[in-house]
Design a protein around this ligand. Sequence first.
Ligand SMILES: NC(=O)c1ccc[n+]([C@@H]2O[C@H](COP(=O)([O-])OP(=O)(O)OC[C@H]3O[C@@H](n4cnc5c(N)ncnc54)[C@H](OP(=O)(O)O)[C@@H]3O)[C@@H](O)[C@H]2O)c1
Length: 424
Amino acid sequence: MSAVEGRKRRIGLLGAGVVGGGVIELLRARGSELGLELARVAVKDRTKVRPEIPSEVPVGTIDEVLADPSIDAVVELIGGLEPALSAVRTALEVEKDVVTANKLLVAEYGGELRRLANERGAALRFEASVAGCLPIIEIIEAGLIFDRVERLFGILNGTTNFILTRCQRDGSTYEDALAEARAAGFAEADPTLDVSGRDTAQKLAILVGLVTGRPCAPSSIAVSGIEHLVPADHLAAEEVGCRIKLIASFVRTGEGGRARVAPTLVPSSSALGLTTDEYNAVEVECAHIGWQLHLGKGAGRMPTASAVIHDLITLDAARERSRETESKGRRPALDLAASDAWTARWLIRVPEENPAWPVSRIGAAFAAHGVEIVEYRRSRRAGVGTIVLSAETTKGAIDRVARDIAKLQGAVKIPVVLAMEPDA
Ligand SMILES: NC(=O)c1ccc[n+]([C@@H]2O[C@H](COP(=O)([O-])OP(=O)(O)OC[C@H]3O[C@@H](n4cnc5c(N)ncnc54)[C@H](OP(=O)(O)O)[C@@H]3O)[C@@H](O)[C@H]2O)c1
């Protein structure tokens, strides 16, 4: 029961769109038993008829919600930076707790807002900002408090996972799969943030900040998206027993680590390989307890709304935890390795349009950069070309190999380089 001094916790809701509507529905259904009461709602278009909002709840502006002294907690479900950022700052300034699903806000301003919350004795919670209904933030902050996360691999974007699933399973082109994702309501009119990998990088930055206790800016994470993948890449992946997933990865190394977001080969039968459609999955490897897997719907009205409600009913415990963390002092930003220094095993696909060079010529490009070939095969599938798997080496070295292959006589198409991890 989430109560404030024997009464229900009064909620001011900023935004009543997809997720806000879900929160209203859950509060109507179970708010009373959870000790939560919807006090006010702010929307942009106040002329719109909103039968989902109970008639006794005033619908107005952000300022009206923030100025209401009876409101204990503000739920920010507007999205984007402004006016969301100013609203959250003001709410914390006047000592209201804040729950938000806004990954951009948390990834870019989380550190500042958490400090402000602590100064004011308020809580700032953001479970819904990463992986929808998966309680991954609660797990990292509370469930794994005794342990140390060494590695984290995640599928954190349902839109791209839906698109990649269609490409793998049905042989769809990227463009057709994107159109299908839009029709199914899984992709925005402008899907750039999702397909470029930047949405995933914002979520990864939040998780890395939590597992290391040090700030991690999304801009410090090297990112590549899924827009350039073609059906032949998926066929090549299948030929080596893998699927391509947009993987967010973090590996701790001493005081630093490496973090990246990239289309990555994972074994088809692995947990991440089997995470299909709009589902998200997060694997964490801890120093003491080993691997854990968390899997579920990463977005959508009810999965996201349920994470918001979780935050609202655990505000008191979260406030206490946050105070303890802050009392340990601020730590410098995490030192992330340059992307060229990442190591992995790699797949190079030399497109079919290039001449069928003898293995010795491709082998020479690998040898020139000290990279060992583990497997070499000419695919029989139309459009795929030659597949070469490397031993573990750096991204810098494998990119140099690919550049040399692109310079071979008669080359017309640049080789495709994909990382193989985890444990592919
Ligand atoms: N949708 C998902 O599946 C999902 C998943 C995870 C996280 N999130 C995050 O949740 C947040 C909300 O997403 P959403 O999909 O629910 O967005 P949405 O459907 O676009 O809803 C946004 C709401 O904010 C209101 N709003 C916009 N500008 C406003 C202003 N100046 N003053 C007051 N209200 C304003 C809109 O009012 P009107 O109704 O009048 O337009 C609308 O009710 C975002 O941060 C998003 O990243 C969403």
